[in-house]
Design a protein around this ligand. Structure first.
Ligand code: CP
Ligand code: NVA
Length: 309
């Protein structure tokens, strides 16, 4: 049983598969679970959000619980109270804590000192809840995950990292095409490869066309992530050859879908034709945040098994 969900590395392949299957059940009947009845979940945001904020708030409500939305600027964290003290105090009130912030070590510090499970709702390094929704979307579209080829093109960012970790763990061949300057972190690639499930792998390349060939899904994300605004012009120049457009999609399998975690900038990292076209799965992908995160919250807050007698 996992304690926190910070990168996705915490889950075994079997637990991940079970979580995705459970999300399908929860999607089929949104009122199926009361796992958070009488419980509360703190959701702490230090960065903007549309999907994560709404899907977590609605998800906690649908599980019978109460979401407590906190904007960091309105808490004592903004006046210097430590992550350690904040986690200890929140843990006296709520049964789980979700955190969206920039530096990944902040989430790690909260988790270290929290008596209740901590969920990473996005850091600059990882976005594992997004990857759960992405896997759910692929599972729906293809009826399986193991053996699929998922190609990500663009910036080797938090979204790419989480796809590598959780995609490979689910048995997917994850191919990530980025300019060398914006390649994913080598340590993440190493861990993702080491934790890959049967059939899963991670391949890094600078060639978007080669990466797209034979793919079941093409995925991209913004070229300028939150916190990267200072380098926007340089990134746009480097990433121009990595746009997800019709020409790239034609290289993938005929049944391939286009994915994007959103928010999108049509005409920049993805063409409007692809984003709004018949092969786009992005709206299902956005909705699936809700169902995947409900399955995750169920897993994290289930009562610990009784100790052996
Ligand atoms: N995909 C995603 O995390 O969206 P938000 O930033 O709107 O939460
Ligand atoms: N890579 C993007 C994802 C937004 C959901 C960012 O960090 O801004």
């Amino acid at each position: 049983m996992i304690r926190h969900f910070l990168t996705g590395e915490e889950l075994t392949s079997g637990e991940l598969e079970a979580l995705i299957e459970r999300a399908l059940v929860l999607k089929a009947d949104r009122g199926a679970s009361n796992a958070l009845a009488g419980r509360s979940v703190a959701l702490l945001f230090d960065r903007p959000s549309t999907r994560t904020r709404v899907s977590f708030e609605v998800g906690v409500h649908e599980l019978g619980g109460h979401p407590v939305i906190l904007r960091e600027a309105e808490t004592q964290l903004s006046r210097g109270e430590s992550s350690r003290d904040t986690a200890a105090v929140l843990g006296r009130f709520v049964h789980a804590i979700g955190v969206r912030t920039g530096p990944h070590p902040v989430v790690e510090a909260l988790a270290e000192h929290s008596p209740v499970p901590v969920v990473n709702m996005l850091t600059a390094d990882h976005h594992p809840c997004q990857a759960l929704a992405d896997l759910l979307t692929l599972r729906e579209r293809f009826g399986r995950l193991s053996g699929l080829r998922l190609t990500y093109v663009g910036d080797g960012n938090n979204v790419a990292h989480s796809l590598m970790v959780l995609g490979a763990k689910a048995g997917i061949k994850v191919v990530v095409a980025t300019p060398a300057e914006l390649a994913p972190h080598p340590l993440v690639a190493q861990v993702a490869g080491a934790q890959a499930g049967p059939g899963g792998s991670v391949e890094l390349t600078a060639d978007p066309q080669g990466a797209a060939a034979g793919a079941h899904a093409l995925y991209t994300d913004v070229w300028v992530s939150m916190g990267d605004e200072g380098d926007a012009a340089g990134r746009r120049e480097l990433l121009a050859p990595y746009r997800l457009d019709e020409a790239l999609l034609r290289l993938a399998r005929p049944e391939a879908v286009a994915l994007h975690c959103l928010p999108a900038h049509p005409g920049e990292e993805i063409s409007a034709e692809v984003l709004y076209g018949p092969r786009s799965a992005v709206w299902d992908q956005a909705e699936n945040r809700l169902h995947a995160q409900k399955a995750l919250l169920e897993l994290l807050t289930q009562p610990a098994p009784a100790p052996p007698r």
